[in-house]
Write a protein that binds this ligand. Sequence first.
Ligand SMILES: N[C@@H](CCC(=O)N[C@@H](CS)C(=O)NCC(=O)O)C(=O)O
Length: 224
Amino acid sequence: MAEEVKLFRTWSSPFALRIVWALKLKGIEHETIFEDLANKSSLFLQYNPVYKKVPVLVHNGKSISESLVILEYIEETWKQTPILPEDPYEKAVARFWAKFGDDKLLPSLWRVFVTQGKEQEEAIAPALENLKFIEEELKGKKFFGGETVGFLDLALGYLANLVSVLEETSGLKLIEAEKFPLLLAWMQNFSDVPVIKENWPPQDKLITKFQAIRETYLAAAAPK
Ligand SMILES: N[C@@H](CCC(=O)N[C@@H](CS)C(=O)NCC(=O)O)C(=O)O
């Protein structure tokens, strides 16, 4: 019997992109359902009643939510083109930094992006500190996964295009070549991988979307 694999996503979600990339890297045929987050479908809400967020993967009728959990599921279900190392310690390290990416790095970058003036100045140091941790992880490696794209590359992959979108919309350069040579090289190497390159959301559409998000945040923070 043919397998049923469905991915609920949006065109721009960086979390959903992780799953798109993993499925493509492993060559898993799947159906894509673009969800309207302003008007979530009842099927989608039935599959992810807890967080109500994309991505959701449905495999033979069973749903899995949370992108890092979905990545692990994909890795355990389809063994070809492994994305996690065999070694338990290396595996733990990849999971640790992926979690760090979601828990610390992304919120700190977001803070820089949705603020201005003094608030933005104060947000820069923590963001740079977090980026430095990631820079260190790349020492001696082409990808976080070594010679090929792995779990952590997929987890942090959004950085490779979202950072330039955030930089452009906030007018602030965060990743300078002198401070982050390895991260910049990784962004290029990662973006050059065909499966990655072919599945980026359009940059101009992203800039328009993030410009609007930034303006909404700034308007909400402005003194009344
Ligand atoms: N921790 C989640 C985050 C997913 C997430 O934040 N998805 C956003 C789109 S980028 C979403 O669905 N938001 C809908 C909402 O908050 O109502 C994951 O890794 O899957």
